[in-house]
Design a protein around this ligand. Sequence first.
Ligand code: NAD
Length: 411
Amino acid sequence: MSQDNISLPPLSRRGFLAGAGGTVAGLTAANAANGQPQNLPSIPDEATGRPFPEAELQMPLPPEERLGWAVVGLGSFALNHVIPAITRSQTCELTALVSGNADKAARVAENYGVPDASIYSYDNFDDIANDENIDIVYIVLPNGLHAEYTIRALEAGKHVMCEKPMANTVQECRDMIAAAEAADRKLMIAYRAHFEPHNQRALQMKRDGEFGDVKMLLGHTMRTLDLSRPRDEWRVLRDLAGGGSMMDIGIYALNGALYFLEETPTRLVATIENPPDDVRFQEVEDMLTVQMGFGSGALANLATSYTMNENRIQLLGTRGSGLLNPATSYSGNELIEIGDLGSRTVPVGQTAATQFTGEIDHLSRAVLEDFEPRTPGAMGLRDVALIKAMYASAERNSWVELNPDGTLVEA
Ligand code: NAD
């Protein structure tokens, strides 16, 4: 049994009393039947062959059945996380690279055993249509280029994993979804936290009622933007980034809030504040706070910034709370359960590193088994629409109403 399923005693007085009552009542009912607990599994008491544990096991695919992945954009995230995860995955192999820098691409190709003939530039990118070794294209470019390269990849007949945020505008998101439908290909947005074990465990605990009724969520995801790093240069330009801290890092709090509350907000109000005269914030925002209201009556408060460092999401329920801190790091995430009797770290069997292979294997299997990915284009559109609604709210200095797909209700 995995540690994920360990049942711990309740941390709140209400939970303790409810749990104790439940246990006594349960035993009484079982004992009433024949004096013994009911429905125990039959466990062999000698050495024996057990059945194949299909429900618990995802077998690695044999090499000839693995899907070929091409990576577009060989920047910081692609080189440090995406490509290593593809090589660790159970379902795919790295078969092509797309880069504007031929020398860099040749070095990466040599390291990962990608043949020279499978290196593409942005100019001959459309030739991937003739490359049978490419099944899925992973777009790891600046946000402002996501729509163009996603659509070109879909038109070339390939499935697409696109990094977050999906695109700079709602219209671009709609065009990407339409291109996937027209090509009959899968489109998934790389929301890795959906495959991160601590986040998954927190959602399971919420669904099991371990925090009581979760009515509020606090999400603070921030990072310092450092212009001495090449990867942060394009992030200050609106055309390439689409926005500031909320598009880049606040989106984790936003997507997390909707993942945990399992609802789309019906209204929101946002405020933006930029330090005056800071060259980084001439085109994109630094600090943004937003309050979101949901149809169920739940509330979420989110904060993001490019001048502080914070990464936490807290689910607040009537019986206690679940605090992810850090919530969405590449590694070292923690889930803390807090009740009125104390707090404790929740044991989670897997490390956060599995989130990268998890999302990659998920899309490969969605293609092979023909199911809709868990984080589809519609989710990417919803989040971009909500961020644009935040910008509109901050501009108008008022609450705005939202449609079910996250877009603004225009007056
Ligand atoms: P980066 O700057 O390190 O990489 C971007 C790559 O795009 C570079 O190789 C660059 O050469 C190339 N590029 C092509 N045309 C360009 C242009 N006109 N201007 C600038 N660069 C151009 O950035 P990154 O941090 O790797 O981010 C890439 C994407 O990945 C972004 O969409 C970002 O939001 C996303 N990302 C996701 C995560 C995550 O955890 N899921 C983490 C980091 C970045």
